[in-house]
Ligand binder design. Structure first.
Ligand code: SF4
Length: 442
């Protein structure tokens, strides 16, 4: 059983309420940080912990905090990115729904470190019921002196506001989120300037994911040094993974990043194996924006070693994209699944969610969807596969925000690893159309 830092108390009856959360040791990190540490010392602990941003990019959180500009007389903001909309990713929802005070506690400590007196949670619009849960937790924290003016008599003031999005995936991109929070259409901004210098209402702003902020609580409680001892290498601490697809036990799991992918899929403690006794065909290990990997590449690295559930081991998918740990959305496909159909579903999603500002993304996502649709529905030509490859290459790296790349990579990976499946669709259009994939050769 791996160590739990975030979800350890998630199943304690009544943990959503302040009283139970507090009885279980909640808000200790606020007392420790505000009463015994300076803001810089809190930031130093987060740096020492090695915590990497849990939203997808995996950038060191403490370093991100240290980039925050601190001009005299200008307010600074912390914004919590709870716009969790990546297909296959639902770990932040779980955390906010079942242990909301953990996020509130993390926000108080993080706001103190960053000097934010007004902090925002930007939550995806579809999580409407969680807004009520968070607002209840915020109200309880305030009633008990952990929010508002002069918190715990330390002179630190903080208000936390919850703002619902309106159903746009692109608002999970930090600058689009800030635009939306300012009441505008959620179009990503060209960077630089980065939010750390010019963010919300032109003020220095840090945008952090829900899980990243929640992780600040155990870091302060046990110290950054102890936190860094959990996990392996630069994959420190624990990580929430939302597992779904053709597995026996879909759900949200907290792992300490020392287990193998094979163990995660087949162990009863986690996914419990492939459903209905089928074989594993492929997996998207970190949300829809990272490459799909065939079973052999998923379980072993290019060096033939067991692939581990951590940032370093999940980083050789044949792409220069950093890590495939991504947003922690672990999507498993069994031997009966069609990669072409699956890729079409993702292409449709990205075409729908493109904000339309840049031509490669706006036009390219539409073209990719059309071509994939033709191939999937028996109207494709062999040359379409190369055309698809060419289009995704022309999107990657040529757009304002990462959505363009995120749309291109799943297509690239599908063609790279499952080209024969695309060719089969072209060669046997009727069979493909009749949903009889004839994929016995897999
Ligand atoms: Fe909008 Fe796509 Fe350009 Fe991002 S890459 S700014 S989503 S058009």
């Amino acid at each position: 059983m791996g160590r739990k830092l975030l979800l350890e108390k998630a199943h304690v009856p009544g943990i959503r309420s302040y009283d139970v959360y507090r009885r279980e040791g909640g808000y200790r990190s606020v007392e420790k940080a505000l009463k015994t540490m300076s803001p810089d010392q809190v930031t130093e602990e987060v740096k020492k912990s090695g915590l990497r941003g849990r939203g997808g990019a995996g950038f060191p959180a403490g370093m991100k905090w240290s980039f925050l500009a601190k001009p005299e007389g200008v307010p600074r903001y912390l914004v919590c990115n709870a716009d969790e909309s990546e297909p296959g990713t639902f770990k932040d929802r779980y955390l906010m729904e079942f242990i909301p005070h953990l996020l509130v506690e993390g926000l108080i400590v993080s706001s103190y470190a960053l000097g934010s007196n007004k902090t925002f949670i930007y939550i995806r619009g579809e999580y409407a019921w969680i807004v009520d849960i968070l607002e209840q937790a915020i109200a309880e924290a305030k009633n008990n002196g952990f929010l508002g003016k002069n918190i715990l008599g330390t002179g630190f003031d903080l208000e936390i506001y919850v703002q619902r999005g309106a159903g746009a995936y692109i608002c999970g991109e930090e600058t689009a989120l800030l635009e939306s929070l300012e009441g505008k259409r959620g179009n990503p901004r060209i960077k630089p300037p980065f939010p750390a210098v010019k963010g919300l209402w032109d003020s220095p702003t840090v945008v952090n994911n829900v899980e990243t902020i929640a992780a600040v609580v155990p870091i302060i409680n046990i110290t950054g040094e102890e936190y860094a001892k959990i996990g392996v290498g630069k994959s420190t601490g624990t990580k929430l993974i939302s597992a779904c697809g053709n597995i026996n036990k879909p759900g949200v799991y907290e792992i300490d990043m020392t287990i193998s992918v094979e163990e995660f899929i087949y162990s009863d403690e986690y996914c419990g194996g492939i459903a209905h006794g089928k074989k594993l065909k492929a997996c998207i290990p970190g949300g829809s924006s990272v490459p799909i990997l065939p079973a052999n590449m998923l379980l072993k690295t290019a060096k033939g070693e067991n692939r581990m559930m951590n940032y370093e081991s999940l980083s050789d998918g044949g792409f220069a994209t950093g890590t495939m740990m991504g947003s922690g959305g672990f999507i498993v496909l069994d031997e009966d699944q069609c990669v072409v159909r699956h890729t079409l579903t993702l292409a449709r999603f990205y075409r729908h969610e493109s904000c339309g500002q840049c031509s490669p993304c706006r036009e390219g996502t539409g073209w990719m969807e059309k071509i994939l649709k033709n191939i999937e529905y028996g109207k494709g030509k062999k040359s379409d596969i190369d055309l698809l490859w060419d289009i995704q290459r022309k999107i990657e790296g040529n757009t304002i925000c990462p959505l363009g790349d995120a749309a291109a990579w799943p297509v690239a990976a599908a063609i790279r690893h499952f080209r024969d499946e695309f060719e089969w669709h072209v060669q046997y259009p009727n069979a493909a159309q009749n949903r009889n994939y004839g994929l016995a050769h897999y």
